[in-house]
Design a protein around this ligand. Structure first.
Ligand SMILES: [Mg+2]
Length: 110
């Protein structure tokens, strides 16, 4: 089966795509802790891209906005992958968590 993301994909479609992509490329599909490490690495790359893209980033660091998009995509891939490894439907998880969040009282800083 050809690896292809559907048009107008649902979150479940992304999870299915990533499941298939990881199998086809021989990537880790079983070691959950290792996958957490890869997610953390990608979070670090995202932070670095944002820092380099901001005014407070180091001079001449050369990062462009495109890197931020790529790193966000990488983080998304690992979030979906970890959800797959735990048989979690991310849309359901998101809806359930947002229902909880709606009940919370959020303190605002002055
Ligand atoms: Mg990356």
């Amino acid at each position: 089966m050809t690896l292809e993301l559907k048009n107008n994909p649902t979150l479940s479609d992304y999870q299915d795509y990533i499941r298939q992509m990881k199998q086809e490329r021989g990537f880790n599909t079983t070691d959950k802790f290792y996958e957490c490490c890869l997610l953390a690495e990608e979070c670090g790359e995202l932070i670095s891209a944002i820092r380099k893209n901001s005014k407070s980033g180091s001079i001449g660091s050369g990062s462009v906005a495109g890197n931020i998009a790529e790193e966000l995509a990488d983080v998304f891939i690992y979030v979906c992958s970890l959800a797959n490894m735990h048989n979690i439907d991310l849309e359901q998880a998101f809806r359930a968590k947002e229902e909880k969040n709606k009940q919370r009282t959020w303190k605002r800083l002055a």
